[in-house]
Design a protein around this ligand. Structure first.
Ligand code: GLC
Ligand code: MG
Length: 688
C-alpha cells in the first residue's frame, strides 16, 4: 500500500521537530509522523511519502528534497511558485503550482493508491490531483476554519484568509472519499455548519497518544514541596485541574464550586496548574484577566490553605502532579465550556485518576469509550460539585473509574489507530458491495440487542455474510457517529442502513462501501411541522427533566434526562400541548426522554426503508430489547425480542406477535429470523 500524505504547513521534518518555530509548526506534524510510523511499523511492505513544501530561510533541512524518516516513510519537499516560507494564510496561492509539481513527482515515482490531505490547502491540491489522475483522497482537517472564524469573531479579533480556507474545506467535503475527524464534536457539531456536510461521509479516528510517561507517573519531591507552600492539610484528596488560564477552560467554575460548598472544602484540596507566569500583568490578554479572576475568587471565598495555584512548572513535572492527586485518592477535573479533544483527560486516566469532565466536545467520546469518569454541564457549578463529591464519597465508584486507565491507553493507541486506518484504506480501495436489490430486510437495535456479547457478534457476522439477499440495518437512539463508534469497537458487521437518533435520521451505505449518505427524503418528511425551538421553549424550567449533553441534541431530536417519576411524561406532554406544539414524546429506560417530530420514530423509519427497497411488510424483520424499541416492534409483524430483554417487553399486549428468543443478543436475532423463515415455509406448504 502506497499512501501519499500532503501537508503544506509549517517546518516539517522527520527528527527533532522544532514545534512552535513558526505559528504553523504544530500538532499536525506530530500527528503525521506518529501516524506514518505506526503504519510502517505494522506493515513492512507499506510505503508512505509525506509531501510538503520546500522553502528557504529556515536552514538547509527545509530545502533538502528528500529525507528518510524510517524504512518505508519518507519526506519529499516539493517546490511551489514562492520559494520562501509562507504562513498558512498565504498558502492558497501555492496550491496550483504545488499540485503541478506533485503530479510530476507522481509521474516519476509511481502512482500512490491513496492520497491523504492534511489541512484545508492540501485538500485543494488533492482535489486537483484527483481530477487529473483519478487518485482518491482522505482528508483530515486538524482544525476547522469555521470554528476558528467564530472564535475570532467572538473575541472581537479580525480573521484573515478564512474565506479561502473554508472554501477549501467545502472542496474536501465534496471530493474526499472519506473525512477523518478526531471526535464526535468535530464530526457532528463543528462540521455541521458547512454547506456540503453529511455526517455519513465522516469517520472518527481519534489520534493515538503516548501515555507511557503518565501510566508510570510517580510523585516528585519538588512538586510535593511546591504544593506544601499552599496547602495546610496536604494529605486531603486533591481535585486537580491542568489547563491554560483562558476563559474557555472555565477554571473559575471550579473555584466557585469549592467556594460555595463547605462540604467539598472540608473534604478536598483544589490544585490548579494553569500555565507559567512571571508577572500576571505580562500574560497575553485573556490569560491575565483569567488569572486575576481566579485570584479574586480565591480571596472572596477565603480559600487560603485549601487551594494551590503554582506559579511555575516544568513539562516533566506534569506526571508528578497527576501522581500527587492519585496518591491522595483525588480526581482530575476538566470543566471547559468546550473541549475539542481532551488530551489531559487521557493523561489523567492513564495516571490512574478518575475524571469529571465537561459534556461539551471530545470528553464524551473518551468517557463513552473508556468509562473513566462522569460528564457534567460546565455551566452548572452545582453539577460539578455533585459529581466530585459523588466520586470522593464512593470508594467503589472511584476504584472502578480509576481502573479504566488501561482501557484509555489501549483505545488511544497509535497501533490500534493504524490498524483501523489500514482497514478504511483497504475498504475504500476495494469496496465490499452491499445488497443492491435485497429481498429481505433485517433492522436491529444496537445496544443490548446486536451488541453486548462479543462471541454473538462474531457468529452474527459469519451468518450475515451468507445471507446474500438480506439487507442488514440498525435502528438506534444513538447519533450516527456514536452508533458507528460502538459498532466498530465491537467488530459488528457494517450495516447497509443506519436509522439513528431514534428514527429521526436515516443513512444509506454508499457504493464505496465505507461512507454513508443521509436520506434527504426522510429528512424532508420528518421536518414537516417540526418546531424544535418552540418545543424547547415550552419545556423550559420544567424541573422533572434536564437537557442531555449538547452532542445528543440533533436537528430533529431534543433529548432530556427524566427523573423517572410516573407523571413526568404526562407533565411534558401537557406543557407541549398547552404551547400548541405537536411532537412525540418517547421515554425509555426510565431515564431518557426524547422529543421528536411526529413522523419520526424507529418504526416509521423502518417502514420508510422498506419502501425504499420496494419490499413487502412480510420481508422485514426487526429486533430489539427494551422500551425504545417498542414502537418499532409493535408496527412490524416479524418482530424479535432477544432473551436479555428489559422493560417487560414480552408481556406488553401490543407485542404479542413477537418472537421471544431463547438466546441473548445477536444470537437471539439469528434465532428469530430462522423462526420466522420456518413459519413462512410452513405457511407456503400446501395443506395435505
Ligand atoms: C441514546 C441517545 C440518547 C437518547 C436515548 C434514548 O442513548 O444517546 O440521546 O435519549 O438513546 O432514545
Ligand atoms: Mg437496546
Amino acid at each position: 500500500m502506497f499512501v501519499l500524505h500532503i501537508a503544506l504547513q509549517g517546518c516539517l521534518k522527520g527528527v527533532d521537530v522544532e514545534y512552535g518555530l513558526t505559528a504553523d509548526t504544530g500538532g499536525h506534524i506530530r500527528y503525521l509522523l506518529d501516524l506514518t510510523r505506526a503504519i510502517a511499523g505494522r506493515d513492512a511492505m507499506s510505503r508512505a511519502v509525506i509531501a510538503t513544501r520546500c522553502f528557504d530561510g529556515f536552514g538547509k533541512t527545509y530545502e533538502t528534497p528528500r529525507e528518510t524518516v524510517m524504512p518505508g516513510v519518507e519526506i519529499v519537499r516539493i517546490a511551489s511558485a514562492d520559494p520562501h516560507y509562507l504562513p498558512k494564510e498565504a498558502m492558497h496561492r501555492e496550491v496550483e503550482s504545488f499540485a503541478e509539481n506533485l503530479m510530476a513527482f507522481i509521474e516519476a515515482e509511481g502512482r500512490p493508491d491513496l492520497i491523504h490531505a492534511h489541512y484545508a490547502d492540501a485538500a485543494r491540491v488533492a482535489a486537483i490531483v484527483k481530477e487529473r489522475l483519478g487518485i482518491p483522497f482522505f482528508f483530515t482537517a486538524h482544525s476547522l476554519g469555521r470554528v476558528k472564524e467564530e472564535a475570532l469573531r467572538a473575541s472581537g479579533r479580525e480573521c484573515h484568509g478564512m474565506a479561502e480556507r473554508i472554501e477549501a474545506e467545502e472542496t474536501a467535503l465534496r471530493e474526499a472519499s472519506l473525512l477523518i475527524a478526531s471526535s464526535r464534536d468535530e464530526a457532528e457539531v463543528q462540521y455541521a455548519s458547512y454547506l456540503g456536510y453529511d455526517a455519513g461521509r465522516i469517520r472518527i479516528l481519534p489520534p493515538g497518544s503516548d501515555l507511557e510517561a503518565y501510566a508510570n507517573a510517580e510523585p516528585s519531591p519538588s512538586v510535593d514541596a511546591e504544593l506544601a507552600r499552599f496547602l495546610l492539610v496536604p494529605d486531603k484528596p486533591v481535585v486537580l485541574a491542568i489547563a491554560r488560564p483562558v476563559p474557555r477552560k472555565n477554571l473559575a467554575a471550579l473555584v466557585k464550586a469549592f467556594g460555595e460548598n463547605p462540604a467539598l472544602r472540608k473534604r478536598a484540596n483544589l490544585v490548579i496548574v494553569a500555565g507559567n507566569r512571571a508577572d500576571i500583568a505580562d500574560l497575553d490578554g485573556d490569560m491575565a484577566e483569567t488569572m486575576r479572576e481566579l485570584l479574586l475568587l480565591i480571596d472572596r471565598y477565603d480559600l487560603y490553605g485549601t487551594v494551590a495555584y503554582p506559579k511555575h512548572h516544568d513539562p516533566q513535572d506534569v506526571p508528578a502532579y497527576y501522581a500527587y492527586a492519585r496518591e491522595r485518592g483525588g480526581i482530575f477535573v476538566n470543566p471547559a465550556l468546550n473541549e475539542p479533544f481532551g488530551l489531559t483527560l487521557l493523561e489523567a486516566s492513564a495516571a490512574g485518576l478518575p475524571i469529571v469532565a465537561t459534556d461539551s466536545g471530545g470528553p464524551n467520546d473518551i468517557v463513552e469509550t473508556c468509562g473513566n469518569g462522569l460528564l457534567v454541564d460546565p455551566h452548572d457549578h452545582s453539577a460539578i460539585t455533585e459529581a466530585i463529591l459523588r466520586i470522593l464519597s464512593d470508594a467503589h465508584l472511584r476504584k472502578r473509574l480509576s481502573k479504566s486507565g488501561a482501557r484509555v491507553a489501549a483505545a488511544y493507541d497509535w497501533r490500534r489507530h493504524a490498524e483501523r486506518y489500514d482497514e478504511l484504506v483497504r475498504d475504500v480501495l476495494s469496496p465490499a458491495r452491499s445488497v443492491a436489490t435485497p429481498r429481505r430486510l433485517l433492522i436491529s437495535d444496537i445496544d443490548n440487542t446486536l451488541v453486548g456479547c462479543l462471541e454473538g457478534i462474531r457468529i452474527f457476522g459469519d451468518w450475515r455474510r451468507k445471507q446474500d439477499d438480506l439487507a442488514f440495518g440498525v435502528a438506534t437512539g444513538r447519533s450516527f457517529h456514536s452508533a458507528m463508534a460502538i459498532l466498530e469497537q465491537e467488530n459488528a458487521p457494517r450495516p447497509q442502513v443506519m436509522i439513528t437518533s431514534v428514527g429521526s435520521e436515516v443513512y444509506h451505505l454508499d457504493r464505496s462501501g465505507v461512507t454513508y449518505t443521509a436520506d434527504d427524503r426522510w429528512r424532508a418528511i420528518v421536518a414537516r411541522a417540526w418546531e424544535r425551538d418552540r418545543a424547547q421553549d415550552a419545556l423550559e424550567g420544567l424541573s422533572c427533566i434536564r437537557p442531555q449533553a449538547p452532542l445528543e441534541q440533533r436537528a430533529f431530536k431534543l433529548s432530556y434526562f427524566s427523573d423517572g417519576r410516573p407523571d413526568t411524561v404526562r407533565l411534558v406532554r401537557e406543557r407541549l400541548e398547552r404551547a400548541g406544539v405537536r411532537a412525540s414524546v418517547i421515554h425509555s429506560h426510565g431515564r431518557y426522554l426524547d422529543i421528536l417530530p411526529l413522523r419520526a420514530s424507529k418504526g416509521t423509519a423502518v417502514d420508510h426503508v422498506r419502501r425504499h427497497y420496494g419490499l413487502a411488510e412480510s420481508a422485514v424483520y426487526v429486533a430489539g430489547d427494551s422500551g425504545n424499541d417498542i414502537e418499532m416492534l409493535r408496527t412490524i409483524p416479524q418482530a424479535i425480542i432477544v432473551a436479555n430483554h428489559s422493560d417487560g417487553l414480552p408481556n406488553l399486549p401490543d407485542l404479542k406477535h413477537s418472537y421471544v428468543s431463547r438466546r441473548t443478543h445477536a444470537e437471539g436475532i439469528i434465532e428469530g429470523v430462522r423462526h420466522f423463515q420456518a413459519l413462512a415455509r410452513n405457511a407456503c406448504k400446501p395443506a395435505s
